[in-house]
Ligand binder design. Structure first.
Ligand code: HXC
Length: 263
């Protein structure tokens, strides 16, 4: 299917590849440092794809040198606590985790600070062998502010999260994989291709079930096992109201491929 590129943004590039929506961070001079303006555009693009019925899965990527080397330090350095509170740019970051469609981070190079946190807000992470992750905030006098202390800890456990956040040490893609932080390590030059293969596979599954599967998995992070099982069961029952459940089960019995309506 045709690939279409749009250029209405200043700090990101967006592209549709079949049912996959791709957002590329595009501030190469500063290693894709995430300024408030970039975040406005990123959230706008992601929400636009999330609301687009012709899109089934999203990818966020950077360039060969950096996914993102963190929040833009030059834009934060002279701010007061009250400035930070009033600007509250992190409220916008929260909107990434409210996206309903799956989102894959495709990472080459640096994913540091807010860059690592943005990756962890995504649902899956595919990284090149040369990718470098880290939460280096301690070395500039702060701590992670966009979920690093929470998401890294849940992903890799307390003892390893403590070491990484308290030292600010960078770690490579293989270590990230071994710690179960990321989905897959691939050669650097095929990161985006691999992400697209995964995204297309997901985008061609029945969309309502995909959204509810994502919702149920994320629920497991903030509920008890009992609450989570109840939640899952209700979403499972709810899917019997979808056209795709009828089509999927009928197609199975008729021994033919299902034709999804994503409804
Ligand atoms: C602003 C940044 C930046 C950042 C790099 N640059 N990271 N600008 N904010 N986070 C800029 C540099 O100033 C430089 O611009 C250009 O990008 C290239 O970077 P170099 O340092 O020259 O490249 P290199 O020597 O290859 O070193 C790469 C690096 C280093 C190791 C990634 O840039 C670095 O340590 N960056 C900061 C990483 C970091 O501390 N991130 C956490 C930020 S705080 P000039 O103009 O000098 O050429 C954070 C908090 C999140 O993310 C909380 C939520 C908002």
């Amino acid at each position: 299917m045709a690939t279409t590129t749009t250029t209405e943004y200043q700090y990101i590039l967006t592209q549709k590849d079949g049912r996959v929506g791709i957002v590329q961070l595009n501030r190469p001079d500063v290693l894709n440092a995430i300024s408030p303006d970039l975040m406005v555009e990123l959230v706008d693009a992601l929400e636009t794809f999330d609301n687009d019925d012709t899109i089934g899965c999203l990818i966020v990527t950077g360039n060969a040198k950096a996914f993102a080397a963190g929040a833009d330090i030059k834009r934060m350095a002279d701010k007061s606590a009250v400035d930070m509170l009033l600007i509250d740019q992190l409220a916008r970051w929260d909107r990434v985790r409210k996206l309903k469609k799956p989102i894959i981070a495709a990472i080459n190079g640096f994913a540091l600070g807010g860059g690592c946190e943005l990756a962890m807000m995504c649902d899956m992470i595919i990284a090149g062998e040369g990718a470098k992750f880290g939460q280096p905030e301690i070395s500039i006098g702060v701590i992670p502010g966009a979920g690093g202390t929470q998401r890294l800890t849940r992903a890799i456990g307390k003892a390893r999260a403590m070491e990484l956040i308290l030292t600010g040490r960078m770690f490579g893609a293989q270590e990230a994989y071994d710690m179960e932080l990321i989905t897959k390590v691939v050669p650097d030059e095929v990161v985006l291709d691999e992400a697209k293969v995964l995204a297309k596979t997901i985008a061609n599954k029945p969309g309502v079930a995909v959204k509810l599967a994502k919702e149920a998995i994320l629920k497991s992070f903030d509920t008890t096992i009992e609450g989570g099982l109840d939640y899952e069961r209700k979403l499972f029952y709810l899917l019997f109201a979808s056209q795709d459940q009828k089509e999927g089960m009928t197609a199975f019995m008729e021994k033919r491929p299902a034709e999804w309506q994503h409804q």
